[in-house]
Write a protein that binds this ligand. Sequence first.
Ligand code: HEC
Ligand code: HEC
Length: 586
Amino acid sequence: MARRDRLSSLHRSTTALLLVVWLAFSARSLFPQDSPAAATSKPAESPSENGFPVNNALVVSKCGGCHATDAKGNMSRISWIRTTPEGWEEAIKRMVRLHSVALDPSDARKILHYLSDEHGLAPEEAKPVEYFPENRMIDERVPSEAITRSCVACHALAKPLSWRRSPEDWKLLINTHIAFFPWVDSLNFQRPPQRPGDPPPPSGSDTRAPVEQALAYLNQAGSLHSAEWADWHARMRSPKLDGRWLVSGTQPGKGKFFGAVEIAAIPTGDGFTTKTKLTFPADNSTVTASGKAIVYTGYAWRGRSTTDKAGAAPNDLSTTREVMMLSKDQSRLEGRWFWGAYQEFGMDVEMRRALDGSTILGIDKFALKTGSFASEVQIYGDRLPANLSPSDIDLGVGTSVKKVVSSTPTLVKIIVDVATNAMPGKRDVAIRAAVAPGAFAVYDHIDYLKVSPQTPLSHLGGDPHAKGYCQLEAIAYANGPDSKPNTADDIELGPVNAKWKLEEFVATMGDDDIDFVGTLDANSGLFAPALDGPNPKRKFGRNNYGDVWAVATFKSAGSDQPLTARSYLVVAIPQYMRWDQPEVAQ
Ligand code: HEC
Ligand code: HEC
């Protein structure tokens, strides 16, 4: 989940509780005359933009009672809105919850599919906010302080940026917020930053109310009509994905993986079934899983799969959700598979259609050191040629393949030397004409470490709220040609086996958070939070929340100075209310 979204979770829990109280009242009696409720009952008067007509009998019959259709086939609100499958799911759920719309699950699914296909986002529009459905923890870049205060106080900026609306409809959304959350004014939602008696604002500063500034930004960044959507909507094809796909990726805490997914279209047209097999070279373990997926808007893969054998550790793959984007030529899928109560465990996944010829997916190692001799390297791929000799295989300048140890169509093991004076940098791996670009790095020493994620959030838990874990990783880097850290030419060398510990983040006198927040496994980097609820052993019987440093230490072979790095870990109370939309995968 987006970082901002998570940090505001405490705030949001309060918001949600108040919302529930609010919803106990009859929704419609709450809306004043020019409210969004009134706006749905009649077609928008002289809309400033053309809408997208709704040509679907089910949508008209289920939604038309309140969302009137005009002479051009436009339905009020619905025709002036585009969004992601998660956005539509959220809107439909609110119609059911708040406006008592009666929908059986199969009709809801059909409506979700129709609206996501016909009133969706183009791939180019979805890509910048893809981290939102992928549930990634990132630091969002918010364009202005006004938008932080008016919108990001409650949810990620990716939430509004997942929608496209006409100017009238953005305005209605704001009205809906004011009706639902009257206390938004305590966030300076509408109040201008400038108050009577304040010193004059610096010249050139924006004196509009924060929400006006947010609206101006959204009218430009979230406009209903776009060249991207016009293009995509015209050329969108129904996905033909039947067949064998090759998978590769990385999972924090477990390293690289390679494998294959067998995709089959469900004959009734309700999506696809999948059978997956993955191999993790780091411990040579394998996972098999089977699942189902739906593709919305011609590219938005939403799947769910279950492993055939449940793992024991909390970060072992169990039931995963899959959010991926299909390339326009339908040859690649890319995204994140995730699981855990907070979707905190996940893997970066890349899939490509299996070809008639050889494909190289990658090698087991992230990096090879200069002056390392006789290392075994495993090359993973598909339909790799038989009877290979060392001269068929190329790992780039400064390396030499000494021997082919074994070979199968999916795995070739070789022995490699890396010269003492090999130039540091990324290398391709080739077997005859098949190539995996940038498959590993050559380095002469590690310059620094970075802990990933940099500012993670974990949640206390127990019963009934599940814990939110955090898998930390120490990633090694070389400074690159400019010899300076944190510049564009730095070479990422992959995760290293660091030792882990917690350190106090001194924020208050007598801070004792590390005794209470939870435990960080010294070898695996997995942080397990403590139980939630008041702790009588703690001063004032506080909950076990707190903020600490997660510190990684690593000593690389041949250097006597250990490297350290740390990240700032916040351990919060459980998130009592979720706005996740898991149904889109079903
Ligand atoms: C019983 C009346 C009613 C029905 C039926 C109804 N809606 Fe609504 N809808 C409303 C009201 C009232 C609003 C404005 C308040 C709000 O946004 O919740 C609204 C707002 C919306 C919005 C704008 C929400 C936003 O994010 O600003 C969308 C989209 C929407 N409806 C979609 C649908 C769809 C799709 C259906 C059919 C499955 C549907 N509605 C059926 C009453 C209804
Ligand atoms: C007081 C907290 C709060 C603030 C401030 C806030 N939102 Fe929301 N917003 C919510 C909640 C809660 C929902 C989910 C409502 C639901 O589905 O019932 C939501 C939903 C949305 C949605 C999804 C559409 C919908 O109607 O569900 C959009 C888009 C959105 N907000 C945009 C914005 C923008 C733009 C701003 C800033 C101008 C903003 N929000 C400020 C709490 C807030």
